[in-house]
Design a protein around this ligand. Structure first.
Ligand code: ADP
Length: 422
């Protein structure tokens, strides 16, 4: 029944009442009484609806006409709403159950930094207590200053790793993502075992390299002695000795690189930062290259005098690896250019050569230890396969990244991109 038929009914009822009233000599009184009656009936229906709406768990009352239709529509909406709410609730419960059963710690934090929810696994990691700490400000409860700086800093592009010391020390890895309106979801993982294994691996490589150096020194010493006087030796021995000396030299370079890498990987850096003058560093490197290989010239382009906070020796070793590669993998007469310049809020140190270049399929793996584009290349150049791993590590600890551009047969540009100091 629509409102027009309701209005029509009321109209005809009023006309009928007016006619009857007219017959008895009181038309207005009859109309008034009829309208009051209609109004009273509506109010009664409204009251029943109101009572039902106050407690919708009851059965809906039997009301008629337009009120009945209204009630039916409200009832349908309520049913739908209830279904949506139930499905939402079961989704939320499902998500909470899955988060709760995760071995990683999960914390949901609201816009103002108050804890909305967390699972059991996070309790020993961040020192929270369930359910008392719900609603508390997360940064008031977590003691670690690294965590609080990271959480409040708002830059979550890379995860935070930090160590908490106590009865047992824990290495934690925290990842944060934004969701909803300003809310944050934290994943906290205990990476102590992985860190320990990585440490054991580093120590192992470092120790083996160290232990191998002494026998190697003895071998190269004797080889040197034999090679100073080869007159009495048969010619095939001479060739073999030369090859042995060449391979021993290669091994020595490899051990030197491995030791250096394991040393810079386990370096404690706190408070060891100095402002490194990149201009001075590049000039020293140019002199070194000129001393070792006078035919090769290094073109320097120093376009900025910005410095880099860090360790001079580490930065020197990274740039020297890039320059030595550029020299190794390009013809003797082709130029190698090193440029230090500022571009926006980055400082770029690029080493450019016009050598053999690298196919882009190798780019993702180039910085892995021992990865070589082509075994034959490195055996002729005496490469160790560690150089770019050193560069990558030094870049990472100096907040920089390594960018590789290269084309086969055209040459390569390796660029270290440093953030500008503010
Ligand atoms: P290596 O000691 O073998 O040079 P690196 O880690 O320094 O080891 O480099 C890995 C590989 O990347 C090298 O074996 C070489 O094939 C390739 N490479 C590095 N720099 C260059 C370059 N400037 N031009 C061409 N190839 C390069």
């Amino acid at each position: 029944m629509n409102w027009i038929s309701v209005a029509t009914r009321v109209f005809f009822l009023t006309v009928l009442a007016a006619a009857v009233g007219f017959y008895y000599g009181y038309p207005w009184v009859a109309v008034m009484i009829t309208l009051i009656g209609v109004l009273a009936y509506w109010l009664y229906q409204l009251r029943r609806m109101q009572l039902w709406l106050q407690d919708p768990r009851q059965r809906p009352p039997d009301v008629y006409g337009i009120w009945g239709e209204l009630l039916a529509q409200i009832y349908v909406h309520q049913r739908k709403n209830k279904e949506v709410q139930e499905s939402l609730r079961s989704t939320v419960n499902y998500l909470q159950d899955s988060f709760a059963s995760m071995r990683d710690g999960v914390v949901m934090v609201g816009e103002q930094g108050a804890i909305k929810w967390f699972n059991k696994a996070v309790e020993p990691l961040l020192g929270l207590r369930y359910p008392d700490d719900r609603g508390q400000t997360l940064t008031n409860l977590v003691r670690a200053p690294e965590f609080n700086a990271y959480f409040l800093g708002g830059d979550y592009t890379s995860p935070l790793e930090y160590c908490i010391t106590g009865d047992v020390s824990l290495h934690l890895r925290v990842e944060i993502t934004h969701f909803g309106h300003g809310a944050r979801l934290l994943f906290v993982r205990d990476v102590t075992a992985a860190v320990r294994i990585e440490q054991i691996r580093r120590d192992f490589v470092g120790n083996v390299s160290h232990e191998l150096r002494t026998p190697l020194t003895v071998i190269t010493g004797y080889l040197g002695t034999f090679l100073t006087d080869t007159d009495g030796l048969p010619p095939q021995y001479h060739k073999a000795l030369l090859q042995m000396e060449q391979q021993a030299q290669r091994m020595e370079n490899l051990l030197k690189d491995l030791l250096w890498l394991s040393r810079i990987e386990s370096e404690q850096r706190e408070g060891k930062q100095e402002l490194v003058n990149i201009g001075t560093l590049l000039e020293e490197l140019r002199d070194e290259v000129a001393g070792v290989n006078p035919e090769r010239k290094l073109d320097l382009a120093l376009e900025t005098n910005q410095g880099v906070y860090g360790d001079y020796r580490e930065l020197y070793s990274a740039v020297s690896n890039l320059v030595n590669n550029a020299i190794k993998y390009s013809p003797q007469d082709s130029p190698v250019r090193v440029c230090w310049r500022q571009q926006g809020d980055s400082c770029l140190l690029s080493v450019h050569d016009r050598g053999m270049g690298i196919d882009s399929v190798h780019f993702p793996r180039l910085t892995e230890r021992f990865y070589r584009v082509d075994e034959s290349r490195s055996s002729t150049t005496g490469g160790t396969g560690i150089g770019l791993a050193i560069v990558k590590h030094v870049a990472a600890v100096h907040g920089a990244r390594l960018q590789i551009e290269s084309e086969l047969g055209e040459g390569s540009t390796f660029t270290l991109v440093f953030p500008v100091r503010s």
